[in-house]
Design a protein around this ligand. Structure first.
Ligand code: NZQ
Ligand code: ZN
Length: 383
């Protein structure tokens, strides 16, 4: 196990009807800006419940944050925060709204162009207070300090993180996700699954407890996925889905752990260049990462095969083939496509992605083992 420092300051407020707690969680004298996306919260009643809970507060709003939050739009929100002297932002939405809000709260306390945080020209030194009401379990953004921001004009998508960007609190009411379309439930299951795998499927670093936590999240997702995708609105199923997603990326399972993240880095390029949803990119890339990196990841692949899928691992190669197939079938069973060509993407995109990795001198994955050449092999495997 590696040395580590752990701190996660976000308060979780979980359960049916808990949006009403907003008035006890936010001081009365705050000037609040509510941020949201394309309008789903106005159709499913979440907006109304937030506004009801905040009666008597000084509120303004900023809607229209798109999926894969866009720099140009967020810049407008930053200007609004500065002009109206906002001192608290409440993000109501999924990962895109929450990530966008992290960029907004950091940008509102910065004199220069907030893109500097992404390009590495500046680091976040301060941010406005913010909190979230989550409407889509997937990213874990409600309880971590990372964000991923896109720039459409250059087809770029990059992550940034800062300890100033932890939400003060997040309200998770499973009933707020009943309105999710199947596509987003599927995306959320896959994103949570791959977050867990990025922190598990490296090499055996003797992190026994964290490995069992990770296997617990994976097994829970596999167990609840049929019910989640059946269209049945069962409170306990949705509640377990929500907490799996949060625990998948709030640093609890990564204490002392060696992490990968190559699948995410490749996936972000596919979203930036081809517009696929984040979850869709992961379902394509991850089986390729497992297969192409099977030698380096052998011990963990076998642990995963045995403990999560109960596969006999006596014949190691056979077990690894089988666990890759089982993972692909799991994604397919919840309605995911698992090949780039399933989305009519031209094979040329592989060259573009590989040359971006080369230009940026990116060797990703644990210990930089996923070189640009491995990225090519992974993408060719899953074309
Ligand atoms: O915009 P609205 O109208 O709200 O609709 C959204 C959007 O169209 C809709 N939706 C959300 N909650 C809903 C709902 N529709 C009906 N009922 C509800 N309750 O779902 C669509 C997708 O929303 P989005 O927020 O984009 O999805 P997600 O939560 O999957 O977030 C994806 C973004 O998060 C980043 C991704 O790269 C991507 O940009 N990630 C952030 C991470 C982090 N901060 O730690 C880690 C992740 O790996 C990921 O990279
Ligand atoms: Zn993700």
């Amino acid at each position: 196990m590696d040395n580590f420092t752990f701190q996660n300051p976000t308060k979780l407020v979980f359960g049916k009807g808990e949006v009403k707690q907003l008035s006890t969680l936010i001081p009365k004298d705050k000037k609040i800006m509510i941020t949201y996306g394309g309008g789903s919260i106005k159709k499913n009643g979440v907006y109304d419940s937030v506004i009801n809970a905040l009666k008597g507060y000084n509120i303004t709003e900023f809607g229209g944050i798109p999926a894969n939050p866009e720099y140009e739009v967020l810049k407008e929100a930053i200007n609004k925060c500065k002009a109206e002297k906002i001192d608290f932002v409440l993000a109501v939405g999924g990962g895109s709204v929450i990530d966008g809000t992290k960029f907004i709260v950091a940008g509102a306390k910065y004199e220069g162009d907030a893109w500097d945080f992404i390009s590495g020209k500046a680091t976040v030194k301060d941010a406005l207070d913010f909190a979230t009401v989550l409407t889509l379990p997937a990213t874990g953004s409600e309880m971590n300090c990372g964000a991923v921001i896109s720039r459409r004009e250059t087809k770029e998508k990059y992550a940034f993180s800062s300890t100033h960007c932890f939400p003060l609190f997040s309200v998770l009411d499973p009933e707020n996700i009943y309105s999710l379309p199947q596509r987003q439930i599927t995306n959320g299951i896959v994103d949570t699954f791959i977050h867990t795998m990025e922190q598990y499927l490296t090499f055996d670093n003797k992190t026994y407890l964290m490995d069992r936590f990770a296997e617990g999240i994976l097994s829970t997702l596999i167990n609840i996925a049929p019910d989640l995708t059946s269209g049945k609105k069962d409170y306990q199923t949705y509640a377990n889905f929500m907490i799996c997603a949060t625990m998948g990326l709030n640093n609890f399972i990564s204490m002392g752990v060696v992490q990968d993240w190559a699948t995410h880095m490749i996936g972000h390029e596919i979203t930036a260049l081809c517009g696929l949803d984040h979850g869709q990119t992961l379902a394509i890339v991850f089986p390729g990462t497992m297969d192409i990196m099977r030698k380096e990841k052998k011990d963990k692949l076998l642990m995963y095969a045995k403990n999560v899928w109960h596969i006999d691992t006596t014949d190691q190669n056979k077990a690894i083939d089988l666990v890759i197939e089982k993972t692909e079938n799991f994604f397919k069973s919840i309605g995911m496509k698992i090949r780039l060509s399933d989305y009519d993407i031209k094979k040329d995109v592989i060259n573009t992605i590989v040359s971006r990795f080369e230009q940026r001198h990116w060797n990703v994955g644990e210990n930089g083992i996923v070189t640009p050449n491995k990225v090519r092999l992974i993408l060719e495997r899953v074309y």
